[in-house]
Design a protein around this ligand. Structure first.
Ligand code: PMP
Length: 304
C-alpha cells in the first residue's frame, strides 16, 4: 500500500487543529467497542494542479445514513460535515492524491457499550496513491469468514466494529499469500471483497451482487455502473455463486481504496493473465473522470 504522510491539519472536537493535537483518551468508548462509523473519500490531482474530491456529497450522505441506521444521537448535519471536510482540506492545501477519513465516534469515557453519551465528528487526511496495484492482476482467495449481515451488523453502514470482519478476511488472505479476499454472504452467495465491491464480466455483460447481498453500497460501484450504462454496456445486479467467479471472463474490484483493480486468480484458478477489455475500459474512464479530464462527469468533483 502506497500510504504517505498524514496531512498536517485535522478536524477534532469542532475545531481545526494540528494533527499532533488531535488526540483522544485511552478510555474513549469507541476505542473499546467500535462505536462509530466512518467514510473514506479520495481527492485526485488534476492536470492544472488542483485537488478535486470525488463525490463528496454522496460520501457524506452515506456517512450520515450509517449514523441514522445505528441511531447515533448526533446533532450535526450534512453542511456541518461538508464544511469540516472542505475547510480542513483547504488548510492542508495538498499537492498529491489524498485520502480523507471523516468519522463519527462515541467520544465519552462511558464503560458500558451502547449508542448513547457523546458523539463527535473528526476528519483527517493522508497522502495515498495505490492501495493495491492497478496494473498487476490480483491473486485472491474466497475467505472462510462470512460477511457480516443485516442480522448482526448492518453491512450498508460503515460501522467501525464491522471492520473486524474485513480484518479477519484480510488476515486470512495474507497468511495464505493472497493479495486480498472475497467474502460470501450468509447464504453462501458472493458478497464483496474485504473492503471493496466486486464485478464479473461474462459474454460481454457485467454482473455484480445486488444491494441486498450484504454489500456496502459502494460509491465507486455506483459510479462504474453509471459509466458502464453510458458506454451502452449492460450491468445486471443479481445473486452470484462462488463457482461463477471461476469461469468469469473478467473479474474486477471497485472501491475508494482499490479504485478499479483487476483479478488474475481466485483460489488458484486462473481467470485471465492480462487485464480484460471491459475492466480496462472501466479503469480508463474512471481515471479520466477522477482526474477532471471528462467534462461530462465534472459534477462528481469538488475542488478543494
Ligand atoms: N465494501 C466495503 C466493506 C468497503 O469498506 C468499501 C470501501 N468504502 C467498499 C465496499 C467500496 O465502497 P466505496 O466505493 O464507496 O469506497
Amino acid at each position: 500500500m502506497a500510504q504517505g504522510n498524514l496531512l498536517k491539519k485535522a478536524f477534532f472536537e469542532e475545531k481545526i487543529v494540528d494533527i499532533s493535537d488531535a488526540k483522544v483518551s485511552i478510555a474513549t468508548n469507541s476505542l473499546q467497542y467500535g462505536a462509530g462509523c466512518f467514510g473514506g473519500i479520495r481527492g485526485y490531482v488534476s492536470k492544472n494542479g488542483d485537488v478535486n474530491i470525488f463525490r463528496i456529497d454522496d460520501h457524506i450522505e452515506r456517512l450520515l445514513n450509517s449514523a441514522k441506521i445505528l441511531r447515533f444521537p448526533i446533532n450535526f448535519d450534512k453542511n456541518f460535515v461538508k464544511n469540516a471536510i472542505l475547510e480542513t482540506m483547504k488548510l492542508n492545501s495538498p499537492k498529491t492524491d489524498i485520502y480523507i477519513r471523516p468519522f463519527i465516534y462515541r467520544s465519552d469515557e462511558g464503560i458500558s457499550p451502547g449508542f448513547f453519551g457523546k458523539f463527535d465528528l473528526a476528519v483527517y487526511g493522508l497522502e495515498l496513491s495505490e492501495y493495491h496495484s492497478i496494473s498487476k492482476g490480483l491473486n485472491i482467495c474466497v475467505s472462510s469468514w462470512t460477511r457480516i449481515s443485516e442480522k448482526n451488523i448492518p453491512p450498508r453502514t460503515k460501522a467501525i466494529g464491522g471492520y473486524v470482519n474485513s480484518s479477519l478476511a484480510i488476515e486470512e488472505a495474507k497468511r495464505g499469500n493472497f493479495d486480498d479476499a472475497i467474502m460470501l454472504d450468509e447464504r453462501g452467495k458472493v458478497s464483496e471483497g474485504s473492503a471493496m465491491n466486486i464485478f464479473l464480466v461474462k459474454n460481454g455483460k457485467i454482473f455484480t451482487p445486488s444491494t441486498t447481498s450484504s454489500i456496502l453500497e459502494g460509491i465507486t460501484r455506483r459510479s462504474l455502473m453509471q459509466i458502464a450504462k453510458d458506454e451502452n454496456l449492460e450491468v445486471i445486479e443479481r445473486d452470484i455463486d462462488r463457482s461463477e467467479l471461476y469461469t468469469a471472463d473478467e473479474v474486477f474490484f471497485s472501491g475508494t481504496g482499490v479504485q478499479v483493480s483487476w483479478v488474475e486468480k481466485i483460489d488458484g484458478v486462473l481467470i485471465r493473465k492480462e487485464i480484460g477489455e471491459i475492466t480496462k475500459l472501466m479503469q480508463t474512464k474512471f481515471f479520466e473522470i477522477v482526474r477532471g479530464e471528462n467534462q461530462k462527469y465534472m459534477h462528481w468533483l469538488t475542488k478543494i
